[in-house]
Ligand binder design. Structure first.
Ligand code: SAH
Length: 364
């Protein structure tokens, strides 16, 4: 009787905004019950395999000025870096040799020609250096349709572009209101990515100032409406060199942001059983076992950081970023052990594509 409401939502699959908000707001014992129920249900459905994506954060030069982000253009306290192509290719070869299956290239946003052409060449070089066997995901922000197409042709097949918040009103509280940070433009980019043929991922930050459970429920419904293939979402963590820092006193405590982030992952897994969900690195900044917990309750992708160590600390989107002083090899060993501890196995040498994508393009 006690867990009646939670059971009834799960069993009858009633995913209205109200019911989703209810699940996102759970705490204490009812929350534990819910997370465990989702964990059980989803492993029965999908098995226990999870996939690695070697993450290379190759540059923190950025032309945008997002109010939450530590590498925003106006932050003069950041040491800017740009890792040379040779070192990026080495990191890709490392991922390939260690059977990671896939690579994610992420950086601050630039869209000048020198940059877009460099990425195309880099993609071709990486494909060649890894016998075309390494899957490549890009996370390089808003670009023109031509650029997305060019990069797709050069070998990228997945793209991550977080909408950050699907509610325009909140979006404009955390971004400048100008042409470079236009909500509709970002949304259009997601459509363009889908039309170009990418497996398309998006996501939001959880626990932003002014954000409510209802907003987060709407974010989940947005992913569903958009027919998205992959989601990466994690807790918002304030950075003292950013404008949003002024609202730090009105945030949920870090621990609560962490809990709600796991509630989001579990609830999304119910809503969209066949998509890929990443265990965001920001989870680990709050709880040392944060990503492993996410794997138990719905996430099936984890992104070992293989950025050459020298620059890791400078890619500080938020403070307290984990693993900034370890080499890539430490991370690989430590991670597969951690994944096993969460009762999961790594799908080595597999791309681990989103099953949802294949169904979507078949229908389309
Ligand atoms: N230039 C790329 C990559 C951005 S960084 C792009 O525009 O998509 C990747 C993600 O880090 C962002 O999408 C954002 O959701 C997250 N991020 C940035 N600052 C953060 C913070 N303070 N706390 C938590 N996540 C943050």
């Amino acid at each position: 009787m006690k867990h009646h409401e939670t059971d009834s939502i799960i069993d009858n699959q009633i995913f209205t905004r109200d019911k989703l908000s209810y699940l996102l707001g759970l705490s204490n014992e009812e929350r534990d019950y819910f997370l465990r129920a989702v964990g059980k249900r989803y492993t029965a459905l999908l098995g226990t395999k999870v996939f690695f994506r070697g993450l290379v954060e190759f540059s923190n030069f950025c032309t945008k000025d997002c109010y939450y982000c530590g590498i925003r253009k106006s932050n003069t306290h950041t040491d800017r870096y740009d890792i040379d192509d040779k070192a990026i290719v080495e990191a890709a070869v490392f991922a390939h040799e260690n059977k990671y299956g896939s690579l994610v290239l992420q950086a601050g946003e630039r869209s000048d020609k020198a940059f877009t052409e460099r990425i195309s060449k880099l993609l071709q070089t990486i494909k060649q250096a890894t016998n075309g066997e390494l899957g490549i995901t890009l996370s390089l922000g808003e670009q023109s349709a031509e650029t997305y197409q060019e990069w797709f042709n050069a070998g990228a097949h997945r793209y991550l572009l977080r909408i950050e918040s699907s509610k325009p009103e909140l979006y404009y509280k955390i971004h400048p209101r100008d042409e470079k940070h236009d909500f509709d433009r970002r949304l259009n980019c997601l459509h363009t990515l889908q039309d170009t043929g990418y497996q398309t991922g998006t996501g939001v930050m959880i626990g932003l100032p002014f954000q409510t459970y209802e907003d987060l429920a709407d974010d989940l419904l947005f992913f569903k409406d958009m027919n998205i293939d992959m989601v990466g979402m994690g807790p918002y963590i304030e950075h003292s060199d950013t404008p949003l820092y002024q609202y730090r006193h009105q945030l949920w405590p870090l621990q609560r942001r962490f809990e709600v982030a796991l509630n989001m992952i579990a609830t999304l897994r119910l809503l969209m059983p066949d998509i890929n969900i990443a265990a965001a690195t920001a989870l680990q900044a709050i709880d040392p076992m944060g990503r492993e917990k996410a794997l138990r309750y719905g996430a099936n992708v984890i992104m070992p950081n293989i950025t050459p160590t020298l620059h890791r600390k400078d890619y500080s989107l938020y403070q307290n970023k984990p693993c900034t002083d370890e080499g890539a090899e430490d991370c690989a060993n430590c991670l597969s052990m951690r994944v096993e501890m969460a009762g999961r196995q790594v799908g080595f040498d597999e791309w681990g594509d989103s099953q949802h994508y294949f169904k979507r393009i078949k229908k389309g």
